[in-house]
Structures are given as structure tokens and as C-alpha cells.
Design a protein around this ligand. Structure first.
Ligand SMILES: [Zn+2]
Length: 112
């Protein structure tokens, strides 16, 4: 299964400057990798946007004579809190994150 987080990892490993390589094999590898990434990005919602944000990051800055754009944040694969809608690593039984949960500590520990 492809996810935005997996796409992110691919984008991060991609050789963004392969087109400038004099080494043909290096160029070919970059080209094949880019083709796979493009297909991956097209197959998931938000994929093209993430790919675009990465391109913007790698193709801005001093050599391009413009302002370097920040690298996008790694998207989260985990569950989303029902209340604050933030992606979190762990949800409590009421579907909320540790900051939003309405369970009291004893309930969380199963003592009630
Ligand atoms: Zn929350």
C-alpha cells in the first residue's frame, strides 16, 4: 500500500539533480526513479501536491537566484484524533489523543 509517508521517503531518497549528471547510468537511474515516484504520487490523494512541494524545495535557493523554500513535513501514517484532528501515535479508547482524552487516568489504566 502506498501512503503519503512512503511517498515522502521516496522523494527524500530521490537524486534530485540526476539531470545534471554527466554519468549516463546515474542519469538513467534517476530517470527510472522519477518515473516510479510520478506514478506513485498520481495514485494517492495529495501525492502530486507533496511531489510539487519537494520539487519547489530542491529547485529553489541560491543556484536558482530565488528564495530557498522549506522541505515539506513528513506526513503521518498513524491515526487521527477525533477531537483536534491531529495525527497522533496513539489514541485512547474514546478516540482522542492524550491531550484531548476525557478518560481519567484510572480509566486509562483500567482501574475503574
Ligand atoms: Zn486531540
Amino acid at each position: 500500500m502506498t501512503s503519503l509517508a512512503k511517498l515522502y521517503d521516496r522523494l527524500e531518497r530521490h537524486d534530485w539533480y540526476y539531470q545534471m549528471s554527466d554519468d549516463h547510468r546515474c542519469w538513467q537511474r534517476g530517470e527510472a526513479d522519477w518515473k516510479e515516484i510520478t506514478e506513485m504520487a498520481a495514485s494517492i490523494p495529495g501525492g502530486d501536491e507533496l511531489k510539487g512541494a519537494f520539487s519547489t524545495h530542491y529547485y529553489t535557493g541560491e543556484p536558482w537566484g530565488n528564495e530557498k523554500q522549506p522541505k515539506p513535513e513528513r506526513p503521518h501514517d498513524g491515526p487521527t484524533c477525533y477531537q483536534c484532528e491531529q495525527p497522533v501515535n496513539y489514541l485512547f479508547d474514546d478516540g482522542r489523543c492524550k491531550d484531548c482524552t476525557r478518560l481519567i487516568p484510572d480509566e486509562v489504566l483500567g482501574n475503574v
